[in-house]
Design a protein around this ligand. Structure first.
Ligand SMILES: O=C1CCCN[C@@H]1CCCn1cnc2cc(F)c(Cl)cc2c1=O
Ligand SMILES: [Mg+2]
Length: 511
C-alpha cells in the first residue's frame, strides 16, 4: 500500500517517523545511529528559511563568518563551569590517520569557545562595536536520549549568531529583534504560532544572563516545544574571554562588552511536520513548499487519440507557464501506468498544498478543478483566472493553516489558579499558565509533583498517558491582565511553596 499506515492520533511517534521517511524528507543514516540525511524537500524548506532570515539579519548589519569546527581542550577548559554539564555530549577526535593527536580536539557543539578568543583579539576600541557575526553550519551533540529526525539529532544544521555591544541596552534591544525574527520564521513561513517569553532560571542557558525564547505547541500530545532561543550573555563571556574596550565615558577605564548569542536549527522542520501533518502524510505551508501546485491529468486513457493527448498536454504546459509567471512553483504528473487516484495519494503524502486536476470535461468548460491539501476542499477555477486565483488560493491556504494552529494553541493554554486543576488540565493536552514564584527549587518540586508514577504498564500504547512532569516553558512577555495574580501577594501555585507569585509562567509537558 502507498500512503501512511500509522494514525497520527493512535501512534504519534510511529506516524511522525513514517511521514518524514515516506515524504522523502529524511533518510536514517544506518551506519551511525542518531544521524540523518536531509533530502531535497527538507533542504528546500531549510533554504527558504535561511534566505528569509539571512535577508533580515543583513538589514540589521549582521555579517557572515565561518569558524573552524573543532575546539581545543584548552579553550574548552576556560569555560569549564558551564561546559561541565554538557561534557557527555562532546564528540572528540583523538587520532588523525594512525597518529595520536597531541591534544584531542572536540567537534563544536556550539561555537562560543571557538569564536570568543578572536572577539577578544579583534575588539579593541568601542568603535569596533557592535560586532555582529553569524554562521550557518552544523554542530554535533552526542545526545544520550533517543534521537528522532529534526527534533533531536546528534548533528543538526543551524545558524548561530554571536554579537558584542558597548552597553546592556544595545545588547538587549538586539536580543528582542532577533527573537521577533524567530517568531517570524514560525508564523510567516511555517504557519505556526509561538509564544514569546523569557526562560526561568532553571531553563535558561546557564552560561548566559537571560534567555528569551519562542515556544511552540504540539496538539497531538499537548506538549510544548522550544522553537528557538535568543540569549543575552551579559558580560559573562567577555569576562571569561577578556573582551574589553576603553570606556568612551571615562578614558583609561576598560569595560567588558555586552554579548548576545542566538540560534535556530532544523528542529523547526520537525515542528512543522508535527503541527500540520495528517493521516495522509505531510501538509506543507505553501510559502515553504518546493512544489506548491501539482497538475494531474484525468480522463486521459488508452482510448484518447494521440492528437487529443497532445492538445491536453499543451494546454497543461500553457497553464504551468502562466503559473510560473505568477511566481507559483508547479509540476505536471504525466507518470505512465499510475491511476489519477494513485497520484493523488502520492502527492498528498508529500504535502503538496494544491492539486489541479485537468480532464477533457474541464477543458470543455475551460476550467481546472482544484483540491486543497489542508482542508480537502474542492472547486473550480476558470483557466483565464489562474494567474490571480491560484496565488490567492495559496495565500488563503497559508493563512488558514496558521489560523487553525493558532486557535488550537490558544484553546490549549489554560490559566490555572487551583493546584488540583493542573494535572487534569495537562491530561487534556493543555499547557498551563500558573502564578509562580520564579524560584528554581520550587520549579524542581513542581516537576516532581506533576510526575505521575508510571502506572501505565498495562495500558495499550495509544491510551498511555504521559507520566512526565511539567517543566516551565517560558515567562510569556504577554502576561494575562487579570487580578488573579497580584505580584508579591498572590501565593505561588505550588501548594508546598510559601513564596509569593511574581509572574504567570507557562508550564507543560515538553520535548
Ligand atoms: O543556544 C545558543 C544559540 C547559539 C549559540 N549558542 C547558544 C547557547 C548554547 C548552549 N549550549 C548547548 N549545548 C551545549 C553542548 C555542549 F557539549 C557544550 Cl560543551 C556547550 C553547550 C552549550 O553551551
Ligand atoms: Mg541539549
Amino acid at each position: 500500500i502507498i500512503g501512511i499506515t500509522n494514525s497520527k492520533a493512535e501512534n504519534f511517534s510511529a506516524w511522525y517517523q513514517e511521514v518524514v521517511l515516506k515524504a522523502e524528507m529524511v533518510e536514517y543514516y544506518q551506519e551511525i545511529s542518531g544521524f540523518f540525511v536531509l533530502r531535497p524537500l527538507s533542504m528546500h524548506i531549510w533554504n527558504t528559511i535561511r534566505k528569509w532570515f539571512q535577508g533580515h539579519i543583513e538589514e540589521m548589519g549582521v555579517e557572515e563568518t565561518s569558524f573552524p569546527m573543532f575546539l581545543s581542550k584548552t579553550s574548552l577548559d576556560k569555560e569549564k563551569d558551564h561546559v561541565e554539564g554538557f561534557a557527555p555530549e562532546l564528540a572528540w577526535v583523538e587520532r588523525a590517520g594512525d597518529k595520536k593527536l597531541e591534544v584531542p580536539v572536540a567537534i563544536r557543539p556550539t561555537s562560543e569557545a571557538v569564536m570568543y578568543p578572536y572577539y577578544s583579539k579583534w575588539i579593541r576600541s568601542h568603535r569596533d562595536l557592535p560586532l555582529r557575526l553569524n554562521q550557518w553550519n552544523s554542530v554535533v551533540r552526542w545526545e544520550a536520549k533517543q534521537t528522532t529526525p529534526f527534533l533531536r539529532t546528534r548533528e543538526f544544521l543551524w545558524q548561530e549568531g554571536h554579537t558584542a555591544h558597548l552597553t546592556e541596552e544595545m545588547a538587549s534591544k538586539e536580543v528582542l529583534e532577533i527573537l521577533e525574527l524567530y517568531a517570524g520564521v514560525y508564523e510567516q513561513l511555517l504557519a505556526i504560532p509561538v509564544v514569546r517569553g523569557t526562560k526561568t532560571e532553571n531553563e535558561k542557558f546557564a552560561g548566559g544572563y537571560y534567555t528569551t525564547t519562542v515556544e511552540g505547541y504540539i496538539p497531538s500530545n499537548g506538549r510544548g516545544i522550544q522553537g528557538a532561543t535568543s540569549h543575552a550573555l551579559g558580560q559573562n563571556f567577555s569576562k571569561i574571554f577578556h573582551i574589553t574596550v576603553e570606556d568612551p565615558q571615562n578614558k583609561g577605564q576598560h569595560v567588558n562588552v555586552w554579548q548576545n548569542s542566538w540560534g535556530l536549527s532544523t528542529r523547526v522542520i520537525g515542528v512543522m511536520v508535527m503541527v500540520h501533518g495528517d493521516n495522509k502524510g505531510l501538509v506543507l505551508p505553501p510559502r515553504i513548499a518546493q512544489l506548491q501546485v501539482v497538475f494531474v491529468p484525468v480522463g486521459i486513457n488508452k482510448n484518447t487519440s494521440p492528437e487529443d493527448k497532445k492538445k491536453h498536454e499543451d494546454q497543461m504546459d500553457e497553464m504551468r507557464v502562466t503559473l510560473k509567471k505568477a511566481g507559483v512553483r508547479s509540476e505536471s504528473d504525466w507518470r505512465e501506468g499510475y491511476t489519477p487516484a494513485w497520484k493523488f495519494n502520492d502527492w498528498e503524502m508529500k504535502g503538496v498544498p494544491l492539486r489541479l486536476e485537468f480532464g477533457p470535461k474541464d477543458a470543455a468548460k475551460e476550467v481546472v478543478s482544484y483540491a486543497r491539501r489542508d482542508t480537502g476542499e474542492k472547486g473550480e477555477v476558470p483557466i483565464a483566472d489562474l494567474a490571480t486565483k491560484i496565488p490567492e488560493l495559496l495565500e488563503t491556504i497559508q493563512a488558514d493553516m496558521y489560523k487553525k494552529a493558532e486557535i488550537s494553541f490558544r484553546e490549549h493554554r489554560k490559566m490555572i489558579t487551583k493546584w488540583d486543576d493542573v494535572l487534569p488540565s495537562l491530561d487534556e493536552k493543555n499547557l498551563v499558565l500558573i502564578p509562580f514564584c520564579l524560584d528554581g527549587k520550587c520549579e524542581d518540586r513542581i516537576k516532581e509533583l506533576t510526575t505521575r508514577a508510571d502506572d501505565n504498564r498495562d495500558v495499550p500504547e495509544n491510551q498511555k498517558v504521559p507520566s512526565m512532569g511539567m517543566k516551565s516553558l517560558c515567562i510569556p512577555f504577554e502576561q494575562p491582565q487579570v487580578n488573579d495574580l497580584v505580584p508579591g501577594e498572590t501565593a505561588c501555585l505550588n501548594p508546598e511553596c510559601k513564596g509569593k507569585a511574581q509572574k504567570w509562567v507557562m508550564f507543560g509537558r515538553s520535548y
